[in-house]
Ligand binder design. Structure first.
Ligand code: G3H
Length: 466
């Protein structure tokens, strides 16, 4: 069985706690293993990244960009092999795994071009009569913070790590990456291309292991200057509690409500919501996890959704407990009066898509994130009632409005409290140059390209007095 070692200061190290086995969701057979780091190893990784920062921060941007250019080239050559690994490791369809790998390499290209446009500013003192022209000039630049702790989730281990790692490294920070265990194997393989491209030792350290053992030591390490995390709201809230004033970029859960108004093109809404709810088995923060439908369209919409859902073949869920949780919410909803439109087949981590209608806020699935292939459908009558239901959600990542009335689109988009409102399309993080983030239990701050560079650096003024 193949094993991946920790990467700390350019060394491949065995984990002090041995290895953790990774089972492929497709057949639940052991696929590979990754090293399990100890608290001391996690601390060493941060210390090594901090030491590397003292040099990397003053490196030439052209040198950093050249390393990226080389890594992009060799990643492109291995993209298909990496996609196959990812497909096995996290149970994504081959096509989706391929898209994640390619999208991640494309993002690196995008960041290289962002670096060409990212700039500071010049301030002139002659706004004040005390300082005649050219007497006082302020040069405002952005400088790196230090060690960035990047924590990536199982559902997009590559894309949701590179969108942290690339802006951090290009802006002169160093990184400790803690990948989710499921996804860590492919992550190690992906980031080896950076070493091969000449990234100096310690600039990117990778530590896999149990969150119980290394989570808090990393999160509370005094040399960590920024935490960029994507994952569950539960862990995100823990990070908010323990992180002691360190800036946080958090992308957490979402409900991503699909609102089907009386003016919706039903064919479009059904197509988008089915895709939005069930792709990658609903294990996406942007999966459409509740549909609220105007009473005038409710029966037809529900009927069509059920018809389309029955045709789907889904990938397996990441593990059995994830599937059990979806079933728990399904049973809760049906026991409280939800109508079963498509019933699920459940065996271990395999769960077929399910649809329940007539849901209301008394049912857990109305506001809790199922993160799986279950679409609940509720109805509303007035816009006032709709806004109350949507904004009653603890989540605020995205929402979709299906309407052919542009006035209604603007009116509702203005009132819905989320990071992104999609008009006539399913929720989506991409394209990756779009700023993305949520509010409330969905996280904080909008990430993107230039946006992330700004968030991962601080302003610095040099004032030239003549
Ligand atoms: O799971 C959270 C991801 O940010 C969702 O990304 O919209 O590209 O599927 P996606």
């Amino acid at each position: 069985m193949e094993n991946q070692s920790l990467i700390i200061n350019g060394q491949n190290l065995e984990g002090d706690h041995g290895n953790i086995e990774i089972k492929s969701p497709w057949d639940l057979q052991t696929f590979a293993s990754v090293a399990s780091a100890s608290k001391v190893q996690a601390e060493n990784a941060v210390a090594s990244s901090d030491e590397a920062f003292q040099t990397w921060r003053y490196s030439n941007l052209s040198d950093r960009m050249e390393i990226f250019t080389k890594a992009i080239k060799s990643l492109r050559e291995e993209a298909e092999w990496l996609a196959q690994l990812l497909h096995k490791e996290i149970g994504k369809f081959e096509e989706d795994a391929r898209s994640e790998i390619n999208r991640s390499i494309d993002y690196m290209e995008l960041m290289l071009s962002a670096m060409k446009h990212w700039k500071g500013n010049v301030y002139y003192g002659d706004i004040d009569p005390k300082y005649p022209r050219n007497k006082k000039t302020g040069i405002y630049s952005r400088v790196p913070l230090g060690v960035v702790l990047a924590i990536s989730p199982f559902n997009y281990p590559i894309n949701l790590s590179i969108t942290k790692v690339a802006p951090a490294l290009l802006s002169g920070n160093t990184v400790v990456l803690k990948p989710s265990t499921q996804g860590a194997y492919t992550s190690y393989e992906f980031y080896k291309h950076f070493t091969k491209a000449g990234l100096p030792n310690g600039v990117l350290n990778i530590v896999s292991g149990s969150s119980k053992e290394i989570g808090d030591p990393l999160l509370t390490h005094p040399l960590v200057k920024l935490i960029a995390f994507t994952g569950s709201t539960e862990v995100g809230n823990h990070i908010r509690k323990v992180s002691l004033g360190v800036p946080l970029l958090l992308e957490l859960g979402g409900k991503d409500i699909g609102v089907v108004t009386e003016n919706a093109d039903l064919e479009l809404a059904v197509k988008e919501i089915v895709k939005g709810a069930f792709s990658y088995c609903g294990q996406r923060c942007t999966a459409q996890k509740l549909a609220l439908v105007h009473v005038s369209k409710y029966d037809e919409f529900t009927h069509r959704i059920a018809e389309e859902t029955q045709k789907l073949e889904l990938n397996p869920m990441i593990d059995e407990s994830a599937a059990d949780f979806v079933m728990e919410l399904y049973i809760d909803a049906t026991s409280k009066g939800a109508d079963v439109k498509v019933s699920p087949n459940h065996e271990s981590n395999k769960l077929s898509p399910a649809v329940v209608s007539n849901v209301n806020p008394e049912m857990r699935v109305f506001y809790e994130e199922q993160f799986g292939p279950l679409l609940p459908i509720g109805k509303y009558e007035t816009e006032e009632e709709l806004i109350k239901l949507v904004n009653g959600s603890p989540y605020g990542l995205q929402a979709s409005l299906y309407t052919s009335n542009i006035d209604q689109a603007f009116r509702l988009a203005d009132k819905i409290e989320v990071g992104t409102v999609q008009i006539n399309a399913k929720p989506d993080r991409g394209p990756d140059n779009f700023p993305f983030g949520g509010v409330k239990d969905s996280g904080q701050l909008m990430q993107g390209t230039i946006e992330t560079l700004d968030l991962m650096t601080r302003g610095k003024m040099v004032v030239v007095n003549t």
